[in-house]
Design a protein around this ligand. Structure first.
Ligand code: NAP
Ligand code: ZN
Length: 347
């Protein structure tokens, strides 16, 4: 078995530290990837700190994994050594199921997370992309379009698809007024992708400090939610609201911004629940929905859409030794707009 180098959380309250571990032996249908870059998703922080209550340690986070194929199994047909590839949030989707459902696989019980999970054998832990290599079944590997760089493209594999999927499902496009709540890793991808789909995008951020960036990335309007006037001024305005905030906020206030028959989609996944009043959705026949990442098929569609529209993430590259400081900065909304680990810094 190959020894991989990485960084791991060893329990919920300790900083991430260097961690060497064995990658599983590749099978005939596996692709071995030399990891070059890995995005830092807020979900990595929730899980490293056991905020969702399901963490297993040691945990090597990272599900925005971009790299180069270093070996392929005998039955692999779609990839060859040297190809630029990505791995997103899951590495299997049909464990215990009679067949793979390529359209909604991310919602089915056969899913295996890229980290904090176990492989199809039920015992081998999965370790993510804060490491120098990963072994993944061919069917769960994404092909990087030529014009998408590995560094700024890595965050598309979670942040990109997590916004693309609901924007596409709820038909964001010309004539649709869409609000993105939170201008962070996910939010800034929502602005770019939603604008490229032709929708009229408004950012609802805590302050106006990132307004200039938001408008540059494609938003038509930008409001501060710290200003109570925003909620009066924008009442009944939006067809679709996508909330990317990872802490519990007053969803009722945001539901008030929807038009009749509008939908608010939660993608942010706070540790704590937030109360919803029935009257927030009864008046106006509104819907409160959720959305999780996307299938591999849809993720490839998203990568090709981003290639066509020249969309990548705005990133700040970091050395892996600075990961704990990066987590603290994400928690303070002090990142523009995604940290990406340069895996070469593992040495
Ligand atoms: P992020 O970069 O930290 O962005 C979240 C943004 O939310 C911040 O930039 C900030 O934007 C806003 N925010 C933070 N604290 C707030 C507060 N107290 N009140 C109001 N707004 C606040 O995180 P991310 O990586 O985009 O992830 C966001 C959430 O989505 C996390 O919970 C993550 O676990 C979840 N997630 C879900 C999926 C899925 O499939 N559903 C996939 C990936 C991630 P402003 O500064 O503009 O206010
Ligand atoms: Zn993520």
């Amino acid at each position: 078995m190959a020894i991989a180098k990485g960084y791991a959380a060893t329990d919920a309250s300790k900083p991430l530290t260097p961690f060497n571990f064995e990658r599983r032996e590749p099978n005939d249908d596996d692709v071995v990837i030399s990891v070059k870059y890995c995005g830092v998703c807020h979900s990595d922080i929730h899980q490293a700190r056991n905020e969702w209550g399901n963490s297993k340690y040691p945990m090597v986070p990272g599900h925005e994994v971009a790299g180069v194929v270093s070996a392929v199994g005998a039955k692999v047909t779609r990839f060859k050594v040297g190809d630029h590839v990505g791995v997103g949030c899951f590495v299997n989707s049909c464990v215990g199921l009679p067949e793979r459902n390529v359209d909604i696989e991310q919602y089915l019980p056969g899913i295996v997370g890229t980290y904090n999970d176990v492989e199809a054998d039920g015992s081998t832990p999965t370790y993510g992309g804060y490491s120098d290599s990963i072994v993944v079944k061919e069917g769960y590997v994404l092909s990087f379009p030529e014009n998408i760089p590995l560094d700024s493209g890595a965050p598309l594999l979670c942040a990109g698809i997590t916004l693309y999927s609901p924007l596409s499902h709820w038909k964001a496009g010309p004539g649709k007024k869409v609000a993105i709540v939170g201008m962070g890793g996910l939010g800034h991808m929502g602005v770019k992708i939603g604008a490229a789909m032709g929708a009229d995008i408004t950012v609802l951020s805590q302050s106006l400090s990132k307004k200039e960036d938001g408008l540059k990335l494609g938003a038509k309007e930008y409001y501060a939610t710290s200003d109570a006037e925003t909620f009066k001024q924008l009442a009944g305005t939006f067809d679709l609201i996508i909330c990317t905030v990872g802490v519990a906020i007053d969803w009722n206030a945001y539901l008030g911004l929807l038009k009749v028959d509008g939908t608010m989609v939660l993608v942010g996944a706070p540790e704590h629940p937030a109360p919803v009043h029935a009257f927030s959705v009864i008046g106006g026949r509104k819907a409160l929905a959720g959305s999780g990442i996307g299938s591999i098929k849809e993720t490839q569609e998203m990568l090709d859409f981003c290639a066509k529209h020249n969309i990548v993430s705005e990133i700040e590259k970091i050395d892996i030794k600075d990961i704990n400081e990066a987590y603290e900065r994400v928690l303070k909304s002090d990142v523009r707009y995604r940290f990406v680990i340069d895996i070469a810094s593992l040495g």
